[in-house]
Design a binder for this molecule. Structure first.
Ligand SMILES: [Fe+2]
Length: 342
């Protein structure tokens, strides 16, 4: 055994620890700290993230009475809630994903589709060199995906309202063991332009790794069947210790289905179909992808809630027009707005 095979990981762990505590005290991320986080995640099969998340839980731990959480009033939710919060958190922990019984109303879906029809988006995909924004034309797509800017999404009051929904915040808090931080708002059209996997559009299996721990909430805003881009995931692959060494050696990479099928039973490969309004919550540390579309198009909205913004460097987003929900939440949980500034 080479001495460097021991000393290099120890050196990397030292750098990661130093960069993590630098972030805790200064709030600044670095590319070096981010790269070490990914490298050690792959090397330790996820345990390096688990250890740092444990430290965060200890330092930011919610008081027992607040695990319910934080006096948030669920009456402010517009969702017709049908799920049990504890069951959702338990299933997330066990399986990595859960499809809610609760759905977005057709009125909310229609409003968000209307927003997506009149707001410019950026054509995106493996062969797209230009990022010029345009209105998406469903009759003549010219790229696998059309992505909306986070700034446009963050200024939309309905999207703010959903991101601030007390049910999602309570689920995130219970799963993460800390008061959550809003880390991402995303929306995009997926099209049948290519009809085969587009790497840039996350249509091959991969795990996300921008932060230490997080959940994502996905909303189908159009009907999704097996041929119109269902979200796919490998159940239980989110847990530390559950990714095969042969795959981890490739680092932060896209993985063909056939490679993962060597290590996980076919029954753990899940494909989520559902009507417009379907809500999915996932720990995307699990292997997941969007299945390439054969026909139609798919509009999806996504939020990410994390335990800490340590990881990938980011540019803060100033919200010019915070609505009532964000202003109230800023008072209740100020740390919720570490990246989005209200
Ligand atoms: Fe992903």
């Amino acid at each position: 055994m080479k001495i460097s095979s021991i000393t290099h990981p120890l050196r990397d762990a030292g750098i990661l620890t130093k960069k993590f505590f630098q972030f805790v005290f200064s709030g600044n991320n670095s590319e070096l700290g981010y790269q070490k986080m990914i490298k050690l995640y792959c090397l330790t099969n996820g345990y390096s993230n688990s250890i740092l998340s444990y430290i965060i839980r200890l330092t930011k731990k919610l008081k027992k009475g607040n695990l319910g959480l934080l006096n948030l009033d669920c009456k402010t939710s517009t969702l017709d809630w049908k799920d049990n919060l504890n069951e959702i958190v338990a299933k997330l922990s066990k399986e990595g994903y859960v499809v809610l019984k609760t759905k977005l109303s057709s009125q909310i879906c229609e409003k968000l589709i209307r927003f997506a029809e009149i707001t410019p988006s950026s054509p995106s995909g493996d062969s797209q060199s230009s990022v010029k924004q345009c209105l998406y034309n469903p009759k003549n797509p010219s790229a696998p995906t059309y992505k909306f800017t986070e700034n446009d999404l963050a200024e939309n009051l309905l999207i703010q309202h959903l991101a601030a929904d007390p049910y999602f915040i309570k689920i995130a808090a219970n799963y993460l063991g800390t008061a959550p931080v809003l880390d991402l708002m995303a929306m995009w059209w997926s099209t049948a332009f290519k009809k085969e996997a587009d790497v840039n559009s996350a249509q091959l299996y991969h795990f996300d790794m921008d932060r230490l721990k997080w959940i994502k909430v996905f909303f189908y805003l159009t009907d999704v069947d097996s041929n119109s881009g269902p979200h796919c995931y490998v159940a239980k692959s989110h847990r530390s210790g559950c990714k095969p060494a042969e795959i981890r050696k490739r680092g932060y990479a896209r993985i063909p289905d056939s490679d993962l099928l060597k290590y996980y039973p076919a029954s753990d490969f899940k494909e989520i179909e559902g009507p417009a309004g379907t809500i999915i919550i996932g720990d995307t540390m699990a292997y997941h992808k969007g299945k390439p579309l054969i026909h139609g198009d798919r509009l999806i909205l996504e939020f990410e809630y994390t335990n800490c913004l340590f990881g990938a460097p980011f540019i803060p987003i100033k919200i010019e027009s915070p609505g009532h929900d964000f202003r109230i939440l800023k008072k209740e949980i100020p740390s919720f707005f570490g990246k989005f500034q209200v």
